[in-house]
Write a protein that binds this ligand. Structure first.
Ligand SMILES: [Zn+2]
Length: 58
């Protein structure tokens, strides 16, 4: 079965993207988070330390 969209009786409005400023978990600098699961800046995402640390959005 592949139901990507659940059909509900009530039409739900699309959620706007959650773009807000956060503090990077790795370097504690302010950065613009593009979504809820993003907690480190792009700088730190590129580092191997980030990949090994396992700060994944659950
Ligand atoms: Zn950072």
């Amino acid at each position: 079965m592949s139901s990507e969209k659940s059909t509900t009786s009530k039409p739900e409005p699309e959620r706007p993207p959650v773009i807000k400023k956060r503090k990077c978990l790795m370097c504690s600098k302010d950065f613009t988070s593009q979504h809820l699961g993003e907690r480190v800046c792009n700088n730190c995402k590129g580092t191997s330390a980030w990949r090994e640390s396992g700060y994944y959005a659950a």
